[in-house]
Design a protein around this ligand. Structure first.
Ligand SMILES: NC(=O)c1ccc[n+]([C@@H]2O[C@H](COP(=O)([O-])OP(=O)(O)OC[C@H]3O[C@@H](n4cnc5c(N)ncnc54)[C@H](OP(=O)(O)O)[C@@H]3O)[C@@H](O)[C@H]2O)c1
Length: 327
């Protein structure tokens, strides 16, 4: 597993990390034992970066990660959590220091640590990113010893660029995948220049980029890929990366044709992100086998120019029109 040193994080992170939303059972049921097996499969394959959030399963994902890390006793592991979605996400006035302390103290308890490695603001409204008080509050939490570092999880490139103005921002989590290329224009180069970590989320476009779904695939009622297709529960961009499902299935077929021999299409999708420059990529997994296969992508070579060009062609002709103007 390759690793990247992120200077603002003051840590080295595995190029493939592990997304832990699924462990909260928000994607259909994931048993506690399965959650521990997924975490172990990832760590056994060299993953050292785990991404969770206080709202995943209302703390269930954090508790699973906390239990795992305590048992593992591996100081190279970084746990990133998030705060901000316990508030009504449409009410900027709910984002203030007292709430931050409350949310963070709950995460410290769930994760079983005094100081959280990295806390990311979890996709708050744009006003929150624009308010200098937000960043002062995050610094206060560092001074209080509640958190070691802070980062942001953003929906749009403009939000990322605003946060990048802060000299102690440690990381940006953003959707970056074969169907979401816009961060490559400004956000990724600016973050690299500043030593800010780029955490690529939804790397498989909620599984579309594994190439395994077709027009008849169905998902559990409790899975956001059923209930958030129209963006009814949260930002539609978090489900299939905001690409209309049938469009995504068809484009993923074209992506699959470019899969190098001996790789899976999901591994091609992860290798693309590593090639274009994320510090850590955080695929979610619903089975330990998926976690193992995803981690193996952290050893694959960079994609060649012909493959990169062909993938850009698929994006330009089928996908850009659905996503580029929004995020
Ligand atoms: N706002 C935010 O900050 C935010 C929002 C979304 C996600 N995230 C973070 O980003 C992480 C990753 O995003 P995501 O989980 O939404 O989407 P994702 O990683 O693009 O897709 C995950 C899904 O892809 C399928 N999959 C995974 N590995 C596979 C493999 N090797 N082969 C075939 N299929 C595979 C699984 O679907 P099946 O279950 O159908 O097999 C899995 O549930 C999350 O876990 C979370 O930590 C953060």
């Amino acid at each position: 597993m390759r690793t990247n040193d992120v200077s603002r994080l003051n840590r080295s992170v595995s190029v493939v990390g592990q997304g832990c939303w699924q462990l909260g059972a928000d994607w259909g049921d994931v048993a506690d034992d399965t959650a521990q097996e997924i975490l172990a499969a990832a760590a056994d394959a060299g993953v050292t970066f785990f991404d969770t959030a206080d709202v995943y399963g209302d703390g269930r994902s954090e508790r699973a990660v906390g239990r795992f890390v305590a048992q593992r006793g591996d100081s190279s592991i970084t746990v990133a959590t998030k705060m901000g979605r316990r508030a009504d996400p449409h009410v900027p006035s709910e984002y203030h220091l007292d709430n931050y302390r409350r949310w963070i103290d709950r995460s410290r308890e769930n994760l079983g640590v005094d100081t959280l490695d990295l806390v990311q603001l979890h996709c708050p409204p744009t006003e929150v990113f624009e308010d200098p008080q937000t960043y002062d509050d995050l610094r206060t939490l560092v001074d209080e010893g509640r958190i070691a570092r802070w980062g942001v999880s953003v929906e749009t490139c403009d939000q990322a660029l605003r946060a990048l103005e802060e000299p102690d921002l440690a990381s940006i989590q953003i959707i970056l995948n074969i169907f979401r290329r816009k961060p490559l224009d400004e956000v990724v180069p600016a973050a690299k220049e500043a030593g800010v970590g780029i955490i690529a989320r939804v790397p498989l476009a909620s599984g579309l980029l594994s190439g395994k779904y077709d027009e008849h695939t169905t998902f559990a009622d409790s899975d956001h890929r059923t209930f958030n297709r129209e963006g009814k529960a949260f930002d539609i961009g978090e489900t299939f990366a905001g690409v209309p499902y049938e469009v995504g299935v068809q484009a993923a077929r074209e992506v699959a044709q470019l899969t190098p021999e001996g790789w899976t299409t999901a591994q091609l999708a992860l290798a693309w992100i590593a090639t274009v420059g994320a510090d850590t990529i955080i695929p979610g997994a619903s089975t330990p086998q998926q976690a193992t296969a995803n981690a193996a992508a952290g050893d694959l070579p960079a994609l060649d120019d012909a493959t990169l060009e062909a993938l850009k062609g698929i994006y330009d002709s089928s996908i850009a029109q659905h996503v580029a103007h929004r995020w």
